[in-house]
Design a protein around this ligand. Structure first.
Ligand SMILES: [Zn+2]
Length: 138
C-alpha cells in the first residue's frame, strides 16, 4: 500500500521531517497558511513560498464529535467515524494554523506541539492517504 498526501502543496512530501507550506508577503511580511496568491493584509501579489516551523504551542482546541459536512470533508463517516481533536497551533512570530490533533485528552492551552503526518483514509486505489496533525511534544 502506497502512502499519498491528502493534497499537493499543503506539506512537504515526501519528507522525514515534514513542514507545512505557507506563504509570506514580500511587501509587508505577513505569513499565511495555507499559501495564498495575494496578501490578506496589504493585497500585494508578491507572495513567496514559506516553510513553517514544525513546532508551536496549542492556542485553542476542541473535539470533533461527528463527521463534518461533505464536501469538503472526505474522511470516514458512519460507524467508521472516530472523533478527533481540532485546534489552533500558534507558530511563534508566524501564524496560527488550524489543524487536526492526534488526541482528544490530556491537552492544555500553551503546551508544546509538533507536526506529524497521520493516516486519514484509504482511497479508491487502495493507497493510504495521509494528512497533517499536531501532537504533544515528548
Ligand atoms: Zn502584505
Amino acid at each position: 500500500m502506497a502512502r499519498v498526501p491528502v493534497a499537493k502543496g499543503v506539506f512537504t512530501w515526501p519528507s522525514s521531517s515534514p513542514q507545512l507550506i505557507g506563504s509570506r508577503c514580500s511587501a509587508c511580511g505577513i505569513v499565511t497558511f495555507p499559501a495564498q496568491g495575494s496578501c490578506p493584509r496589504c493585497a500585494s501579489t508578491e507572495m513567496a513560498e514559506h516553510l513553517l516551523p514544525r513546532r508551536g504551542r496549542l492556542w485553542a482546541w476542541t473535539t470533533q464529535e461527528f463527521p463534518p459536512p461533505s464536501p469538503p470533508y472526505a474522511g470516514p463517516t458512519g460507524d467508521a467515524f472516530v472523533r478527533f481533536g481540532v485546534g489552533y497551533i500558534e507558530l511563534a512570530g508566524e501564524v496560527k494554523v488550524e489543524t487536526r490533533l492526534t488526541r482528544t485528552d490530556a491537552l492544555r492551552i500553551g503546551m508544546d506541539m509538533e507536526l506529524v503526518l497521520v493516516p486519514f483514509r484509504t482511497d479508491d486505489a487502495g493507497n493510504e492517504v495521509v494528512t497533517f496533525a499536531f501532537q504533544p511534544v515528548g
